[in-house]
Design a protein around this ligand. Structure first.
Ligand code: LIP
Length: 291
């Protein structure tokens, strides 16, 4: 019920502060040690550190103590082989450090992302960026907030006449294989270029890559980005962001897998709503390239 969910949200917010403090401590330690302790996952740009594991273990321990019957799904637990399928049971879905590459480099778009899923639907979420001292949170049906007091979006969203007036977040991601990078580069070019240099070019105001899916959701929720579009995220990258963005009035979509994403977001922009498309959530559908 609502009062229980409000208590869980307060718990998640306070947990996000503890996690944020650990992230700041880890960032200092990694940078003081000149990047030592940074490991690779699937390739040289897919990074993981002992701090990702430390933060996730702390969160997992606290969640297990406070809510022993709840299930837990997390980036590092998944990497170490804990891959239970999603059920209807209450499930915490956690990315301990979203933006690990930023964390390693000291680029201040790094956050912890804590979501709660009920009946397979995200119902509450907290994204905390300790570098910028920002906490984004939402509970289903109760709105989304920055630092618990400022309602999101921060300003009324202005309808955009076309995709050309949009500021768009998208990511290169960690899959740098030829087919993925070529398809993404073509999409980026179509969004950035004018119609004379590239057929179908939209010449959007700006394309931004900040390196964290959860922070992209937060920026769409606050109104700073009009659109966020990415391919191949994981559930913990998007769980908290989905509910925060939805509660801020943004549209969140899995998007079609047929190469039509730019026209879909074009339509959404015309309706004046902020928009998020994440295609092919890994572990729930097949991964694909962008076009
Ligand atoms: C990151 C995502 C980002 C994606 C990166 C990476 P991590 O998550 O948030 O959107 O483009 O490749 O996967 O690994 O920092 O938790």
């Amino acid at each position: 019920n609502t009062s229980e969910l409000k208590d869980i949200l307060a718990f998640a917010v306070s947990l996000s502060h503890r996690a944020g403090d650990l992230i700041l401590e880890g960032s200092k330690a990694i940078r003081t040690a000149a990047g030592q302790g940074v490991g690779e996952k699937k390739n040289a740009v897919d990074l993981v550190t002992e701090w990702d594991v430390k933060v996730e273990e702390m969160i997992k321990r606290e969640v297990a103590a406070a809510y022993p019957s709840f299930k837990f799904m997390g980036e590092e637990s998944y990497s170490s082989g804990d891959r239970q399928p999603l059920t209807d049971e209450p499930t915490f879905c956690v990315d301990p450090i979203d933006g690990t590459t930023n964390f390693v480099h000291g680029f201040p778009y790094v956050c912890v992302s804590i979501g709660l899923i009920l009946g397979k639907v995200p119902v509450l979420g907290v994204i905390r960026n300790p570098f910028l001292n920002q906490t984004y949170s939402a509970l289903k049906g109760h709105g989304a907030f920055l630092n618990e007091t400022s309602r999101l979006p921060l300003y009324p969203p202005a309808p955009l006449p076309s995709l050309s007036s949009a500021i768009i977040g998208s990511e290169w991601g960690s899959d740098r294989s030829d087919s993925i990078i070529n398809a993404k580069a073509r999409s980026f070019m179509r969004l950035a270029a004018d119609g004379r240099s590239v057929p179908g070019g939209k010449m959007a105001h700006a394309l931004r890559s900040i390196g964290s899916a959860a922070m992209n959701y937060a920026l769409v929720s606050s109104g700073a980005l009009d659109i966020y579009w990415e391919i191949g995220c994981w559930p913990w990258d998007v769980c908290a962001g989905m509910i925060i963005a939805t509660e801020s009035g943004a549209m969140v979509s899995g998007g079609p897998n047929d190469g039509s994403v730019p026209s879909v977001i074009n339509e959404a922009v015309l309706t004046g709503r902020k928009y998020i498309v994440v295609r092919a959530i890994q572990g729930t559908s097949t991964e694909s390239g962008a076009d």
